[in-house]
Design a protein around this ligand. Structure first.
Ligand SMILES: Cc1cc2nc3c(=O)[nH]c(=O)nc-3n(C[C@H](O)[C@H](O)[C@H](O)COP(=O)(O)OP(=O)(O)OC[C@H]3O[C@@H](n4cnc5c(N)ncnc54)[C@H](O)[C@@H]3O)c2cc1C
Length: 520
C-alpha cells in the first residue's frame, strides 16, 4: 500500500488545478469505481481536466504527494483497467478533453484530445468524406479514442487491423507531469516505434492527452451479405477464407445462442429510428429509389428470417465502385457456398453500418441479466480446436450453469488477414451497477427486469472466464484489453518482459501510474 506525503493529500492538487475539475461527491466516487463488470475501491477524487496543461499539472501534483493516477476514457471496459484497490488514487476522467484539434485533409491526419469519442469523430469527418483508418469499436458512442489507443479495440475497419493501427503519434502525460510526444505527426515509425510502446499500454505508461490518427477517404460503394451455417466448422472455414482474401471490410458472426439473443433485442431490427437512418444513408450513396426499396425489404423481412438460423455470418464489402464491391460480395457468396452456408436477408450488417455506434444497451442482456465478454485472437489454424474446447467446457459445467442460470453465447469476428477473434459472452442473474444505470438509455433500462444479485452465479462466471483464458493461453492466443484481467508476462520471454519493466521504471519510477495494469 502506497504511503502519502501528507494528511491532506488533495490540498496540493487543489492548488494546481481549478476546483471545479475535482469531483468528490459520493455519487461520482461510486460511479467511477465501477466498470461494466466489477467494482474497485473509491478514488480520493475524480479529476476531470479541461486542458492538457491542467491534466499535466494535476498528475504531477498528485504523484508528488504519493497519490496514484488511474486514467479512464469512456469507461466502457470490463477488465478492471480503471479500477484500483491498492491505495489512495485519483481517477482521471478524460471526458473533459474531447476536442477535435486539427483535421488535416492535405496530409490525411486528424488530431484529437484523448477523451473525444469515436462517434463524435466519425460524425465530424463523415460530411467531409473522410474517416479514420480502423475507425472504432461498437461502444464508440461513449468509448474514447484515448481508451481505444490504450486498451486497443477492433470492429469497424477490422480488415485494416485494430484501432491502434490507426495511430500516428500521441502526446502522453507521464507520472511526473512531463508531456512526451511519441513521434512525427504524419508518419510512423520515426526510428524505433515510440508510439507503439505507448499503444495498448492500458494506461500503465502514462495518460494519453492528444492522439493523431491516419485519415482515409470514406467508402462510397457498399454491398452487404448475411449467411446461415449449420455447423461451426463451415462457419470458421468460410470466415477464414473471406479474411485471407480481404473481401470484407468487416465480417462477424453469432453462434446460435447469441443469434437468438440478438433477435430478442429491441434495438436492432425494430427500432424505426435505425431503419430511418439506414434509408437516409442508402439514399446518399445509391439514390432515393434504391433507399426506399432497401428500407421496405428490411422492414418486410422483420426478424423472422433468422429464426431458424444456427450460426449467422454478416459481411460488408466496401470501396469506390459499386461494380467492384458487388463482385467482392459475389466472391464471398461463392466461399460461403463452398463451406455449406446459405444466403439469408442482409438486414443486420446494413442496419449496423448505418448506425455504427448504437447506445451501449447491450451491456445488459435482453432480460436485464448481467453481461460480460472474454476474448482471444487466434490464427485461422486454431479456431476450430478452440471452439470445440469451449463447447466441452460448457458441457462439463452444464449442470451448474443451468442451476445458477448462467448462459453463454459467442461473437466471432475476422481480425485482418491472419486471425479471427472468438468472444464467448456470459449472461447471468445479478444487480445492475451505477455504470449500467448511467450508460444505458433510460427507456431501455426501464424495460429491463431488476435482477436480484446472485454471488454464486457471479463466482461461476468468473471461474469459467478464467478457464476460457487458460484455453486461449494454451492455444497461444493474444488479447486486447489486458488491463488487470489477461496475463501478459506469461506470454513474453524473459528478455521481452525485462524491456517492458525497464520502460515502466523509466516513465514511472515511483510506480504510481495505473499500478498493476498490464501486470506491471
Ligand atoms: C456495449 C459495448 C460494446 C463494445 N464493443 C466493442 C467492440 O466492438 N470492440 C472492442 O474491441 N471492444 C468493445 N467493447 C469494449 C470497450 O468498449 C473497448 O475496449 C473500448 O476501447 C474502451 O474504451 P473506453 O474509452 O471506454 O476505455 P476505458 O474503459 O475508460 O479504459 C480502458 C483502459 O484504457 C485506459 N485508458 C483510458 N483512457 C486513457 C488515456 N487517455 N490514457 C491512458 N490510458 C487510458 C484505462 O486506464 C483502462 O485501462 C465494448 C464494450 C461495450 C460495453
Amino acid at each position: 500500500m502506497a504511503t502519502l506525503a501528507s494528511d491532506n493529500p488533495l490540498a496540493s492538487v487543489r492548488k494546481a488545478v481549478a476546483e471545479s475539475t475535482l469531483l468528490t461527491d459520493a455519487e461520482s466516487l461510486s460511479l467511477f469505481s465501477h466498470d461494466v463488470l466489477s467494482r474497485g475501491a473509491k478514488p480520493l477524487a475524480v479529476f476531470r481536466p479541461t486542458s492538457v496543461e491542467e491534466l499535466a499539472a494535476g498528475v504531477g501534483a498528485a504523484t508528488k504527494m504519493g497519490i496514484a493516477i488511474v486514467p479512464r476514457g469512456g469507461g466502457m471496459s470490463y477488465t478492471g483497467g480503471y479500477l484500483y484497490d491498492g491505495g489512495p488514487h485519483i481517477l482521471v476522467d478524460t471526458s473533459g478533453l474531447n476536442q477535435i484539434l486539427d483535421i488535416n485533409e492535405t496530409d490525411m491526419t486528424v488530431t484529437v484530445e484523448s477523451g473525444c469519442s469515436w462517434d463524435k469523430l466519425f460524425r465530424t469527418l463523415k460530411p467531409m468524406g473522410l474517416r479514420v483508418y480502423s475507425w472504432g469499436t461498437l461502444s464508440g458512442i461513449r468509448a474514447a479514442i484515448g481508451g481505444g489507443m490504450s486498451q486497443n479495440g477492433i470492429f469497424w475497419g477490422a480488415r485494416n487491423g485494430t484501432v491502434v493501427d490507426s495511430a500516428v503519434s500521441f502526446d502522453v502525460v507521464l507520472a511526473n507531469g512531463t508531456i512526451v510526444s511519441t513521434g512525427s505527426d504524419f508518419f510512423r515509425p520515426f526510428g524505433p516505434d515510440l508510439t507503439g510502446l505507448f499503444a495498448a499500454d492500458c494506461g500503465a505508461f502514462g495518460v494519453k492527452a492528444r492522439v493523431t490518427l491516419k485519415l482515409v477517404r470514406e467508402a462510397t460503394a457498399f454491398a452487404y451479405g448475411s449467411f446461415s451455417f449449420d455447423t461451426h466448422d463451415g462457419l470458421y472455414g468460410a470466415m477464414s477464407a473471406i479474411a485471407r482474401a480481404e473481401l470484407a471490410a468487416e465480417s462477424f458472426a453469432f453462434d446460435p445462442f447469441l443469434q437468438a439473443q440478438r433477435m430478442k433485442r429491441d434495438t436492432l431490427m425494430k427500432d424505426a429510428k435505425q431503419l430511418g437512418n439506414m434509408v437516409k444513408e442508402t439514399a446518399k450513396s445509391g439514390g432515393v429509389f434504391k433507399a426506399i426499396k432497401e428500407g421496405a425489404k428490411v422492414a418486410m423481412a422483420g426478424r423472422s428470417f433468422l429464426d431458424d438460423v444456427p450460426f449467422s455470418l454478416h459481411c460488408t464489402a466496401e470501396g469506390r465502385h459499386q461494380g467492384a464491391v458487388d463482385a467482392d460480395m459475389k466472391a464471398i457468396e461463392a466461399i460461403v457456398q463452398e463451406h455449406g452456408g446459405e444466403v439469408v436477408e442482409n438486414s443486420i450488417p446494413k442496419i449496423l453500418r448505418a448506425n455504427p455506434f448504437p447506445p451501449p444497451n447491450s451491456m445488459l442482456g435482453p432480460d436485464g441479466e448481467r453481461w460480460v465478454p472474454v476474448h482471444g485472437f487466434l490464427p485461422h489454424s486454431k479456431l476450430v480446436e478452440a471452439w470445440e474446447r469451449f463447447q466441452a467446457l460448457w458441457e462439463e459445467n452444464a449442470a451448474e450453469m443451468e442451476r445458477l442460470r448462467v448462459e453463454t453465447g459467442a461473437l466471432i469476428a475476422a481480425t485482418g488477414r491472419s486471425s479471427c477473434l472468438i468472444e464467448p459472452v456470459f449472461f447471468w442473474p445479478g444487480e445492475h451497477n451505477p455504470l449500467h444505470r448511467e450508460a444505458i438509455e433510460p427507456d431501455h433500462l426501464a424495460k429491463l427486469k431488476a435482477q436480484p444479485d446472485s454471488p454464486e452465479a457471479t463466482e461461476l462466471v468468473l471461474a469459467l472466464r478464467e478457464k476460457v483464458i487458460d484455453i486461449f493461453q494454451e492455444l497461444g492466443a493474444i488479447h486486447l484489453q489486458i488491463a488487470r484481467s489477461y496475463p501478459l508476462k506469461e506470454s513474453h520471454d524473459e528478455a521481452g518482459w525485462a524491456i517492458l519493466t525497464a520502460l515502466k521504471q523509466q516513465v514511472d519510477p515511483k510506480g504510481l501510474m495505473n499500478p498493476g495494469s498490464l501486470g506491471l
